[in-house]
Write a protein of this length. Structure first.
Length: 342
């Protein structure tokens, strides 16, 4: 079963309220002030509040550090090698490698996860000559700062009723950690190259999917998440299409869009919290809805076409990523120093 049938606890309900309201605030501020790269302002709060049940100083430091590091790296690489992806490839691999190594350790998972997403998306867009690199980097940084502020505000408004058990990552053998880091870095680098070679500028959802599939850090986990991601994408896209059809000519009115977005985020955050496994159907639906509304919902833009394009591109990305993941998993398992199992 995709979801557990136990009722939401008081803590679960408050986390849902934090996710839905936080993502809606980020989206609303972005649209009111006309900030570019709206996906950062909409998705980052959901990513933070979804992966971190209760905001903490450790989570804040990880998120800010990942944004600063990604901004510096993108600024340097984009400035020197922006139009030469071939020259960037070995450097990009190393940048992904240390982030997946941090994710594999567990205690720095948020630093690696947010860094992988930010670095991949910004590097891809930085390669286009008409991209304002400074605007791209600072949009990501200020979206991160805003997300941290929103997360603290949401935690103050809806604090947990009962203390949560502290999460302690279990120990991993060195060969498994090497396997996870190399697997993630190899596929993330391949994803970057493919999106560059085929000039897939309008496929941010598919690009994010290739990275989110790697969050379980191993082949079995990626295979399980692929099914959930596909279902989550369909749910997120379906809700976005229904909103477009319901509002019709009024789809450009922010006053009507905001409450409908909050309802969608609240529904999918409940699914995410019920799954209680980090990335699943609910998380896939949340990020899909955030990308649709944050990046593609603009006056005069047809959200329905964007939504249908998202579905097809994401399904292709899932199949291609799983194929690469299986192939690299098998290759790494041939060597004792990079074998996944104990």
């Amino acid at each position: 079963m995709l979801l557990r049938h136990s009722p939401l606890t008081a803590n679960d309900l408050r986390q849902c309220l934090r996710i839905a309201t936080g993502g809606t605030i980020g989206f609303t501020l972005c649209k009111i002030f006309g900030w570019s790269n709206g996906v950062f302002f909409t998705v980052t709060p959901m990513l933070l509040l979804g992966l971190v049940p209760v905001m903490s100083g450790h989570a804040m430091r990880q998120l800010l550090a990942s944004s600063v590091m990604a901004g510096i790296e993108v600024g340097l690489l984009g400035g020197f090698f922006g139009s030469h992806p071939g020259l960037m490839t070995p450097i990009v691999f190393l940048l992904f490698l240390y982030r997946f190594a941090a994710m594999s350790r567990g205690s720095l998972f948020l630093f690696g996860a947010n860094g992988v997403l930010s670095l991949s998306i910004m590097l891809h867009f930085a390669s286009y000559p008409n991209t304002d690199l400074n605007d791209l980097v600072f949009s990501n940084f200020w979206a991160t700062v805003l997300s941290v502020a929103i997360a603290y505000l949401m935690t103050a408004l809806w604090p947990d009723v009962e203390p949560r058990a502290a999460y302690k990552p279990g120990p991993k053998a060195p060969h498994r950690m090497r396997h996870e880091a190399l697997l993630g870095a190899s596929i993330a680098t391949a994803s970057f190259l493919i999106f560059q070679i085929f000039n897939l500028r309008d496929s941010m959802s598919a690009q994010a999917t290739t990275l989110l599939l790697l969050f379980p850090m191993h082949w079995d986990g990626a295979l399980d998440y692929a099914r959930k991601r596909a279902i989550g994408t369909l749910l997120g896209v379906s809700f976005g299409v229904l909103v477009q059809l319901f509002l019709y000519d009024w789809s450009g009115l922010l006053l009507l869009i905001v409450p409908l977005l909050w309802i969608g985020l609240m529904l999918f955050s409940q699914a995410h919290v019920r799954e209680a496994n980090g990335s699943g159907v609910g998380f896939g639906a949340l990020t899909t809805l955030g990308i649709l509304f944050g990046q593609y919902l603009t006056p005069g833009n047809d959200l329905i076409f964007s939504a249908l394009y998202r579905v097809s591109s994401i399904l292709i990305a899932i199949v291609a990523t799983l194929f690469m993941c299986y192939l690299i998993h098998k290759i790494l398992n041939r060597f004792e120093s990079t074998r996944f199992g104990y």
